[in-house]
Design a protein around this ligand. Structure first.
Ligand SMILES: [Zn+2]
Length: 474
């Protein structure tokens, strides 16, 4: 029996903040109380530290083939970076390729993940090619621990599905206690705008944003919510970036529809001005970074519970994939953003953020008074566990829960830099940004992964974790 006693810490859940000891026995939280006995336990003094549940990020793309290359974090490096940022569980997207069964996609993702994983993880399945066999296959995913699907209303001639396909999946998912997730941008309009911009020689990264206007996201979000209402099925809108999309979700919710959504941390902090910089390709992601007014709308949306989760859409690429990066002493070189030099439409879409998410939300949300620390826990840990069928095994500090526990130092005074972060990419969108609060010890099922600057994570020790269908609608 392995016991760890975390003493004198300040525990923070979505509901409460209180002083207590926390006892871990064999990977689970065995007791929470005052003056818990220490016999037989490794004791950790958490005086002056906050004790939070491990973070959950339901939107990541590790080792994802995209635009002629692959996202540069795999299930080892991405998990290491996640842990250093306080995240101990994530859900990746197993993407169906045309003609493939959904289970085949899951098997391909298992092959990427199982030997490398350090934190625990699950999958959503991305449906890109629906036929009768695939439709019939959907309910079997739910019983096998994958109760969520994702569809794209953008990326024409690639991932995009039409409204009929989207509606059929909503019906099937809703009938089987599954949650449909949507990338809501109008891909038909965007396709025309991109071609027009390229024809006119408008090639710089800011045109990535100008060809994906907020109306394209607002329209698609409204359409998706309307179709969910007609299907009588719950909907979860991924990576909401703008006021128009928030308004569509808020209106659906006000009408009693089971529509939920997330934003990603980077959309609070960056705008089209970043795309106008000489290194603007660093911020090319879809939907694009927007305006200062949209950032205000997103803060309001997480305060007002129009949005229930803050994820990352972590999908890193090298800024200069023609040069080696040294990672754990080994040279690594993966083609990246340079593929789009001179043509915004060829820049691989995505940003690194899995390590920055909780520290930056703490720095710019909690420390400015926009959200409470409890709300940060709710947004980053508890709500995603409830919505995606993991609660209370994960997402909170409770007796019987997995001991995914993170000790945070609110006076860490960290500064993010590509020179010191753990994401396998050569830049950090938060380069030079201060993170006053940082994790100092990170436990995953009671196993110490991060101890200050030290890394103890073992590849293959992270577990794929089945999730329950009929997740909560928050
Ligand atoms: Zn994504």
């Amino acid at each position: 029996m392995k016991k760890t006693l975390i003493k004198n810490g300040t525990l923070v859940t979505a509901a409460d903040t209180f002083q207590a000891d926390l006892l871990i026995v064999d990977g689970r939280i065995a007791a929470i109380g005052s003056a818990l006995p220490a016999e037989g336990a490794d004791t950790v003094d958490a005086a002056g530290l906050y004790v939070l549940p491990g973070g959950i990020d339901v939107h990541t793309h590790l080792a994802l083939p995209f635009g002629g290359t692959v996202s540069s974090d795999d299930f080892y490096t991405g998990h290491k970076a996640a842990a250093f940022g306080g995240t101990t569980f994530h859900i990746d997207f197993a993407m169906q390729v045309k003609g493939e069964s959904l289970h085949s996609a899951v098997e391909r993702w298992n092959a990427k993940a199982s030997d490398k994983a350090v934190i625990d993880y699950g999958y959503h399945v991305g449906v890109t090619d629906l036929n009768e066999a695939v439709l019939a296959e959907i309910p079997t995913l739910a019983t096998e621990g994958i109760p969520s699907l994702k569809l794209f209303l953008a990326y024409k001639n690639n991932l995009q599905v039409d409204d009929a396909t989207f509606f059929k999946v909503l019906l099937q998912a809703g009938d089987n206690g599954m949650l449909t997730m949507v990338h809501a941008e109008n891909g038909d309009v965007i396709d025309i705008l991109v071609k027009d911009a390229l024809a006119k020689g408008r090639l710089t990264p800011e045109w990535h944003a100008l060809t994906r206007p907020d109306w394209a996201e607002g329209e698609a979000t409204h359409r998706a919510a309307a179709m969910a209402a007609m299907a009588g099925a719950p909907l979860y809108v991924v990576h909401v970036t703008c006021a128009k999309a928030v308004d569509a979700i808020a209106a659906a919710r006000a009408a009693g529809q089971p529509v939920m959504g997330e934003t990603c941390v980077q959309y609070f902090h960056f705008s089209i001005d970043n795309l106008r910089q000489p290194d603007g390709a660093k911020w090319v992601c879809s939907p694009p970074v927007r305006t200062a007014a949209d950032q205000v709308a997103l803060w309001q949306a997480v305060r007002a519970n129009h949005l229930q989760h803050v994820s990352t859409d972590h999908c890193p690429f090298f800024m200069d994939g023609t040069k080696d990066l040294i990672y754990e002493g080994q040279p690594v070189r993966i083609a990246g953003k340079e593929l789009g030099a001179g043509d915004f439409s060829k820049v691989p879409n995505g940003v690194p953020a899995i390590e920055n998410r909780m520290p930056m939300l703490w720095a710019t949300g909690v420390n400015t008074g926009k959200i409470s620390l409890n709300r940060l826990v709710e947004l980053c840990c508890t709500n995603p566990a409830r919505i995606f069928g993991l609660y209370p095994q994960k997402g909170t500090l409770a007796v019987g829960a997995d001991a995914d526990v993170v000790l945070w130092d609110p006076k860490a005074n960290h500064v993010f830099s590509a020179a010191t972060h753990h994401m396998r990419t050569d830049y950090d969108i938060y380069e030079g940004w201060a993170a006053p609060a940082m994790p100092v010890k990170v436990f995953r099922r009671g196993e110490l992964l991060v101890d200050g600057a030290e890394w103890h994570g073992r590849p293959g020790s992270g577990r794929w974790t089945p999730r329950k269908a009929h997740g909560e609608v928050l």
